[in-house]
Design a protein around this ligand. Structure first.
Ligand code: G6Q
Length: 542
């Protein structure tokens, strides 16, 4: 397989980078009054403005040529066809089947996956309705008022992010909590004010072997059975979401109360599987179906739209231009919508766990940058914290701004709409980053000469802006799918497997080895630093 750097289009892009070193966004906007409207693509409720990326038509053409040269559309089809593109784990990658419409089906190797996907969705819907109506009762016949999802990584970040984002759509009479960390404080905080008699625990774990999740599940069982005084209470208060029926049964959960998914769903791609049960309980089955519809709309667009108008492909290609040709190693995700507060954390996993790789599909070392460091906070908070570096620091950090036209929280005080303040800030930030402020402009404001250099904004810092009319289950689903596919596109361009995560294994193994040494000095030694810390900790924990 050819390395990306050997491709003709990659070489063209490198030449263009050299030729266009002095290309500025000021010049690009000045020379083309239509640049703004021209560099917009819209789909599934989202409007992407990429005109503030440092690209001209030649660069875009070369990026599209790159997509063709790596046969991106062939790779997309391979995923949708269910080929085992996750080669290191010998698995297909079929999260797209999770949102297939019942009537359309989703055939892989002659088998339609839609009936099994919808059978689970139907069971989830029936269960959710019973809980929401109060007809699924606890061990003492009281209705469920609180739901605790226990899971970590892909079994936590998706539903917790989405439940936060869709709070206006949630049933307010149900209290929803998420426990992920093995730190007992996480569990304590979540259940502190809950009544076990009215609490449903969802143990969400694909493998049902994850150390943190199993420890928290046991803590929940102890808390609940301790309060209700009867081991049989587990049957009414615990359900599981997993692929591992045997382990679920061994834990003591009746497999009739297990919602399954499949090995072809990766953890960080599983929010739309049964892992979304907590979300469905909160927003109800109908709105969960709208959520899946949003994913589906973006999937169809991704599969069918031409490169030039394809949102995930545009985002992916522009990210490669920034990372591999303009030297950016990070991406700031900046939602100007408080309900997307956890979206950067969600994307951090999606992107960094998928493309944080330095080995190609065939095991060779990469000699080009792969996944960026992803971080972010909701605007405007970030402006008062880390934006300084984005505006004037020595590294160029591309930004994705995200906003909506209509808020669910229309606070107005003395005629001032908070949402106007928020949106004005969003638009101001991408302008400031793009166009900056020159020394001449700073001087013209009457700035003291010794402060001029400090007050100059270099500008020419790239950003995308994504806008939707409002954040709904459907637009949230489409937004997630947009980034899922963007990550896929970049994985293809970089030649890495976006669907494994071997880099998380070593730490897990070492934690198991170190565990006994916390309690006993007789455990096998590690290294002088670790042993020193263990000794120090043991001395203080006796
Ligand atoms: C995601 C990863 C990882 C996984 C967690 C939880 O893609 O595989 O974050 O989701 O380790 O795993 P379980 O669901 O098996 O507990």
């Amino acid at each position: 397989m050819k390395q990306p750097t050997e491709l003709t289009s990659w070489k063209t892009l490198a030449q263009l980078r050299d030729q266009l070193q002095h290309l500025t966004l000021r010049d690009l906007f000045r020379s083309d009054p239509d640049r703004g409207p021209r560099m917009v693509a819209e789909q599934a409720g989202w409007r992407l403005d990429y005109s503030k990326q440092i690209v001209n038509d030649e660069v875009l053409r070369a990026l599209f040529a790159l997509a063709r040269e790596v046969d991106l559309s062939g790779r997309v089809e391979a995923m949708f066809r269910g080929e085992r593109i996750n080669a290191t784990e010998d698995r297909a990658v079929l999260h797209v089947a999770l949102r297939a419409a019942r009537e359309e089906g989703f055939v892989v190797d002659g088998v339609d996956l839609a009936p099994q996907v919808h059978a689970v969705l139907d069971r989830m819907a029936e269960f959710s309705r019973r809980v929401r109506r109060g007809t699924w009762t606890g061990h003492t016949s009281r209705p469920i008022r609180s739901i605790v999802n226990i899971g970590i990584g892909g079994s936590d970040l998706g539903p917790s992010m989405a439940a936060r984002a869709l709070r206006p759509y949630c049933d307010e009479s149900l209290s929803l909590r998420f426990v992920a960390n093995v730190d007992g404080a996480d569990f304590d905080d979540a259940v502190r004010d809950l009544d076990p008699a009215e609490t449903l625990v969802i143990v969400s774990s694909k493998t049902f072997t994850t150390q943190e999740t199993m420890a928290n599940a046991r803590a929940a069982r102890q808390w609940l059975v301790g309060a209700l005084g009867d081991e049989r209470a587990v049957a009414r208060h615990f359900v599981a979401v997993s692929t591992n029926a045997k382990a679920v049964a061994a834990f003591g959960i009746d497999t009739a109360n297990m919602f399954e998914f499949w090995e072809w769903v990766g953890g960080r791609y599983s929010v739309d599987s049964a892992i979304g049960l907590s979300l469905m309980l909160a927003i109800g089955p109908e709105q969960f179906s709208d959520f899946l519809g949003g994913f589906r709309a973006m999937d169809q667009h991704f599969r069918a739209a031409p490169l030039e108008r394809n949102l995930p492909i545009l985002l992916g290609l522009l990210g490669v231009w920034n990372a591999n040709f303009r030297g950016s190693q990070a991406l700031a995700v900046l939602p100007y919508d408080q309900s997307l507060a956890r979206f950067p954390a969600y994307l951090q996993q999606l992107d960094m766990e998928s493309n944080g790789k330095s080995v190609t599909m065939d095991g060779g070392a990469v000699s080009w940058s792969t996944g960026p460091v992803v971080f972010g906070e909701p605007g405007t908070n970030g402006q008062h914290a880390f934006y300084q570096l984005i505006h004037q620091g020595t590294s160029v950090i591309p930004c994705d701004f995200i906003g909506v036209a209509r808020t669910h929280a229309p606070v107005v005080v003395d005629g001032v709409r908070h949402h106007d303040l928020l949106l004005a800030n969003l638009l101001a930030q991408s302008r400031a980053l793009a166009f900056g402020r020159t020394a001449a402009e700073v001087r013209a404001e009457g700035t003291r000469e010794d402060l001029v250099a400090h007050r100059v904004f270099p500008g020419n810092r790239p950003s995308n802006t994504l806008l939707a009319e409002s954040l709904t289950p459907a637009t949230l689903g489409a937004l997630i799918a947009l980034y899922e596919h963007k990550v896929f596109v970049q994985g293809v361009l970089w030649g890495v497997n976006s669907f494994d995560q071997w880099g998380v294994e070593l730490g897990k193994t070492l934690a198991q080895q170190i565990l006994p040494a916390l309690a006993s000095a007789d455990a096998p030694p590690s290294d002088s630093s670790t042993d020193g810390m263990l000794q120090w900790l043991r001395d203080r924990r006796q």
